[in-house]
Design a protein. Structure first.
Length: 542
């Protein structure tokens, strides 16, 4: 895989961190390394990290990004049975087993890196198997501790895996939520004790359950692989005494192990195939050849007294024209998708401007807004609230405004309806998207839907409506219903969309209804992308 110059990046997500490990290679020899750690707390790769990774990929064509499953629920399946497994992605593991992961679980990891793309995805079990390949292990239970989980395999006397399971361990955040937690120092001591007790119990129970099913294999040793040291030497010795077994406790370098997995002989073990790499065209050799030909022609035209200046001028003018046309085409490709930030900002500013027109003596219960129409329903606390307060403000936003009420006999708390038409331009400087959209592949409807579920607030209702298509763009149109406690949460959601590297924008009609549970908001959401046919044509052109 690593020929000439290449860049290998590990992007491993821990509980609250994302660790990036870089290895730059030249002819398979490592010439430079680097690493960085970022705090992360959401279900999508933060934009600043995505831009950093994409910048690295832009500099070196052969850049490969690898990771571990974010939610590892894999199972080892005997090869004879793996072909019968449904709803799972199957990868090679060893001579006896394949490894299976739910497609929905795999999608979660792939979607986390949707802004950068991902080449290789492995399971923590792959790391264990690589450790087994490097070491002679017999009649052992091997436990890998990673991300508050214990990945466990048991090997028989022949070194063959005969049992595998994944069990949860305590995490520090869970200890902080108990009433026993007082401060970080005492909390860490408490966590260390709980962690040890849970690990002790997990190993005991795993062995007991195993012996109930397997009577011909006896475990003689425990090997514990850790990423971060959690147990003291005294605890290891105590664990050995409790289990009546020898216990080995030593670190494992996740980055080096994944790097090893991504070498040629292990590539088929990944749950995903590497992306096709874009190759930058190198015109150096072409220019050298042209120069040689140029010199030859010069000599020849001197001999034949040919007007070479005219030939030279016409030829290179044509080349420049072609290059400029290609540059214009590239710009068109970048800008042809709808500028989603601009779309979103226009709608956001319009809604905010409407909110600013509502005076304190009007309680707004419902808002409906379309491209050129606004409808407001609410309680008018004073008889003249509309004429004195609301209408003068709305006159700055709409040309025609009509007010109706069914309770003319009341002097206050009047139920009123306002209908405004023919919107007036706000004369604002709207935001604009100034980056390049991701157009590496055409995303299928189900994948787009899953990504929108992540971007929208929890418990949102997302309903697919229709697909529309032009010569260049395919649009997936959705109806979305969300429940918020404050309209500002709607604007926060728009900011999330604006940070995406895809063209995703909200659209009219938009309605906001005040309920006992909160503010129910319905709107149209549009996902734009270049047509699949066009993408295929681009690949064929390359």
């Amino acid at each position: 895989m690593f020929t000439k110059e290449s860049l290998y990046i590990n992007a491993v997500k821990y509980d609250t961190q994302l660790k990036l490990d870089y290895k730059k290679l030249s002819n398979e020899a490592i010439i430079d390394t680097d690493s960085s750690v970022f705090l992360v707390d959401n279900d999508l790769l933060p934009l600043d990290i995505a831009l950093k990774l994409n910048s690295s990929q832009a500099q070196i064509d052969n850049t490969y990004i690898s990771t571990l499953l974010i939610n590892d629920t894999t199972k080892l399946i005997p090869k004879a049975l793996s072909s019968k497994i449904k709803d799972c992605e199957i990868a090679k593991f060893n001579n006896e087993y394949d490894i299976a992961v739910l497609k929905t679980t795999l999608f979660e990891t792939k979607n986390y890196f949707v802004k950068t793309g991902i080449d290789y995805i492995y399971s923590a079990f792959h790391l264990i198997n690589l450790h087994i390949d490097k070491n002679v292990l017999r009649s052992e239970i091997v436990v890998l501790l990673f991300n508050s989980k214990a990945f466990i395999v048991i090997l028989d006397a022949a070194g063959i895996i005969v049992h595998n399971t994944i069990l949860d361990l305590a995490c520090f955040d869970s200890v902080k939520k108990t009433h026993f937690y007082e401060d970080d120092i005492d909390g860490q001591k408490l966590f260390d004790e709980i962690y040890y007790l849970e690990l002790n119990e997990i190993i005991h129970n795993t062995l007991n359950n195993f012996y109930e099913k397997k009577s011909n294999t006896f475990v003689e040793k425990v090997t514990i692989l850790y990423v971060t040291k959690q147990l003291s030497q005294e605890q290891i010795e105590q664990l050995s005494e409790d289990l009546l077994l020898k216990v080995d406790y030593h670190p494992i370098n996740i980055d080096e192990e994944i790097f090893e997995l991504s070498k040629d002989k292990h590539l088929k073990k990944s749950f995903t195939k590497p992306r096709k790499k874009k190759t930058k065209r190198n015109y150096t050799n072409l220019y050298i050849s042209l120069f040689i030909l140029l010199v030859a022609f010069l000599a020849y035209q001197v001999y034949l007294k040919v007007d070479f200046n005219a030939l030279y001028e016409n030829y290179f003018k044509k080349e420049v024209t072609i290059e400029k046309a290609q540059d214009v085409k590239k710009i068109e490709n970048v800008l042809e998708l709808p500028n989603h930030v601009n779309f979103n900002d226009k709608i956001e500013q319009r809604i905010k401007a409407v909110f600013e027109t509502i005076p304190e003596d009007i309680v707004l219960n419902e808002l409906k807004i379309d491209k050129n129409i606004l409808e407001l329903k609410g309680n008018f606390l004073k008889e003249n609230s509309f004429a004195n307060s609301l209408k003068p403000n709305l006159n700055k936003l709409y040309k025609n405004i009509v007010y109706n009420t069914s309770s003319t006999d009341k002097k206050f708390k009047i139920d009123g309806v306002v209908l405004a038409k023919e919107d007036i331009d706000l004369n604002k400087q709207y935001k604009s998207y100034d980056k390049e959209y991701l157009t590496d592949e055409f995303m299928a409807l189900d994948r787009v839907t899953e990504q929108l579920k992540i971007l929208m607030p929890v418990d949102s209702i997302i309903k697919f409506n229709v697909t529309t298509s032009s010569s260049n763009i395919t649009r997936f149109v959705y109806s979305v219903n969300i429940l918020v406690q404050d309209p500002r949460e709607f604007f926060d959601m728009i900011e999330v969309l604006n940070n995406e590297l895809y063209s995703i924008h909200i659209s009219y009609p938009i309605s906001m209804l005040k309920t006992e549970a909160g503010v129910e908001i319905e709107f149209v959401l549009v996902f734009n992308q270049q047509n699949e046919v066009k993408e295929q044509a681009k690949e064929e052109t390359k």
